[in-house]
Structure formats: structure tokens, C-alpha cells
Design a binder for this molecule. Structure first.
Ligand code: UTP
Length: 298
């Protein structure tokens, strides 16, 4: 019997990260630092805050830095302990203590849908979360927890949507939605999904962002999903099938209006780092002061 409890998080990190070459030649893009913390650690912290401490990373050929980051660093810990540098010791240990992290290899980067399918054996017959390191959600806006609650109350799969300007919708998966009687207007029924539509063909301005709570029925659908856009097995295509399958519980969308930082391409990554650095208690005041004087010289 399918359990309704969400306990596992899947983090796909096997993409080639071509938009960040050469940084991603030997390192997964999920390891790129956001100020001083790899994006993937922030994502694992988010999963853990939502109560998901069993994390499966889907890795590619450069999995070593990921494994090392979530493993103990004995030499470094001994050195910091000897120095009595407790603050840095805590920083080094934090990523190890966050969650129980498991790994599965994707083999070939055949698309996000294929990466999720690689999680089937680990996840089994229960709903699970998928978090992409391209999107960082501010810890003050607990989106994932809300999505898990919606899965518990409505069943099926839950995706996160965000309003984007019309000239940007071609960068995202896009959802056609309808209101649900009795629900808040930000919780909607997903009727149809299109991956990266031209603005003129987009059914809405609602873009899919990188948080999902999926029914295990997605695995059977992914097995039958042919390569789509870009020759890749697209998660959006499988979700579109689920959206029209009442048997699998359909797909509910949550329109997220909180703080999201996009790190998927170079420009948005730079913007995210600046925003997050400016908000930091330790670095923010000095950084902002410098930033203002720098901007004045432009
Ligand atoms: P992206 O399309 O943003 O990642 O996939 P990418 O392919 O690495 O990036 P570019 O376009 O070449 O720069 C979204 C997420 O899905 C993962 C990526 O690691 C990223 O977290 N992914 C993508 C996989 O795990 N496997 C794949 O085959 C494709």
C-alpha cells in the first residue's frame, strides 16, 4: 500500500552545467558557492527544515566533490579542534550532520525526468520531494513544508509555480491552471503543462520552479516517457500525464509569492549571491557599504 507520508528528498545533481563552464568542468554546478556555502547544502538544509532527513542525490561523473562535502573531513576537523576554532569546526561539521545522504549514479545525463527515475528503487512506493539546486527558497518562506501538507490533504503530486514576466516564460515549464473550490486562490488545479513555450503559445505566466512533491506513480509514467525537448526525458512531460490522470491523484500547483533566488545561469547567479550577501548579518553591513560606493562609480 502506498504510504501518504513524505520522508525522502531527491536532489538531481547530474546535469552537465554547461552554462557555467569552465567552473563545472570537474565540479557539479550544485557545488558552486552561494557566498560561502555550496547551493546543494542550502537545498539539503531546506529539505531537513521541512522534516526530510533522508536525501538521495542523483549524481553524474563528477560526484566526488558532493560526496566529500557531505562526509566527515577528519584531517580538517582535527586541525580546527587543535586550534580551538569551534566556529569553523561547526561549519565543517554542519553539512555532515544535516541528513542521511545517499547517492545514485545517473550514468548519462538523459534529462531531469530520467534523473528522477534513477531514484525509483531508493524511494519505493511513497510520495517524495524533489529539490533543484538551481532555485533557492528563502528559509523565511517555508514552501516545501506547505507542499508536503498539500500532498497530505489532497494526495497526488504538488508542484511549485511562480508568476514570471511574459518575456521570460520561454525559459521555464509553464502551467495552465484552474481554481479549486474551497481552496485559497494560490492553490490551483494543474490542467496542462508545456516545457519552455514561446511567449505567444504560453497558457499562463505561471512558471514551474524547482520544488516538487511527487506521487510514486510518476516512476511508471517516466519509464514510458520518450525524450522530448532537447532530446531529454523531461519531468514536465511526465507531470503533464499525471495532471490528466485522476487515478494518480492529479497535480496541484502552489503559487509561491515568497523569496526565491535563481542560480541557474550566470547573471541570475550573480544577482542571488549579491542579494544573499547583502542580507547576511556578518558580511552584509560591510558588503552593502562597499556595494553602494561601487555602484556610484558605474
Ligand atoms: P538543468 O537543465 O538546469 O541543468 O537541469 P544542466 O543540464 O546541468 O544545465 P545546463 O543547461 O547544461 O547549464 C536542472 C537540474 O536537473 C539536473 C541538473 O543537475 C539540475 O540540478 N539534471 C539535469 C540531472 O540531474 N540530470 C540530467 O540529465 C539533467
Amino acid at each position: 500500500m502506498t504510504s501518504n507520508t513524505v520522508t525522502k528528498a531527491v536532489i538531481p545533481a547530474a546535469g552537465l552545467g554547461t552554462r557555467f563552464l569552465p567552473a563545472t568542468k570537474a565540479t557539479p554546478k550544485e557545488m558552486l558557492p552561494v557566498v560561502d556555502t555550496p547551493a546543494i547544502q542550502l537545498v539539503v538544509e531546506e529539505a531537513a527544515s521541512a522534516g526530510l532527513t533522508d536525501v538521495l542525490m542523483v549524481t553524474g561523473r563528477n560526484k566526488r566533490p558532493l560526496e566529500d562535502h557531505f562526509d566527515r573531513a577528519a584531517e580538517l576537523e582535527v586541525l580546527l579542534e587543535a586550534k580551538g576554532d569551534v566556529a569553523r569546526l561547526d561549519l565543517v561539521r554542519r553539512s555532515t550532520d544535516l541528513a542521511s545522504v545517499h547517492y545514485v549514479r545517473q550514468g548519462e545525463p538523459r534529462g531531469l525526468g530520467h534523473a528522477v527515475l534513477c531514484a525509483a528503487a531508493h524511494v519505493g512506493d511513497q510520495p517524495f520531494a524533489v529539490l533543484l539546486g538551481d532555485d533557492l527558497i528563502d528559509e523565511r518562506d517555508p514552501l516545501l513544508k506547505q507542499m508536503i501538507d498539500i500532498r497530505h490533504s489532497r494526495g497526488g503530486s504538488v508542484i511549485a509555480l511562480m508568476e514570471v514576466p511574459a518575456d521570460q516564460i520561454h525559459l521555464y515549464g509553464c502551467a495552465a491552471v484552474a481554481p479549486i473550490a474551497g481552496e485559497h486562490s494560490d492553490i490551483v488545479q494543474v490542467l496542462d503543462l508545456v516545457e519552455k513555450p514561446p511567449a505567444a503559445e504560453a497558457p499562463s505566466n505561471l512558471a514551474i520552479i524547482g520544488r516538487y512533491v511527487l506521487d510514486p506513480a510518476v516512476f511508471g509514467v517516466l519509464e514510458r516517457t520518450e525524450p522530448g525537448r532537447g532530446g531529454e526525458i523531461q519531468l514536465t512531460d511526465a507531470l503533464q500525464v499525471l495532471a490528466s490522470s485522476p487515478d494518480a491523484g492529479g497535480v496541484t500547483g502552489v503559487i509561491f509569492r515568497g523569496r526565491r533566488y535563481d542560480t541557474g545561469d550566470r547573471l541570475s547567479y550573480l544577482q542571488a549571491v549579491v542579494q544573499l550577501a547583502a542580507q547576511r548579518e556578518d558580511l552584509g553591513p560591510d558588503f552593502t557599504k562597499w556595494l553602494k560606493s561601487f555602484v556610484a562609480t558605474l
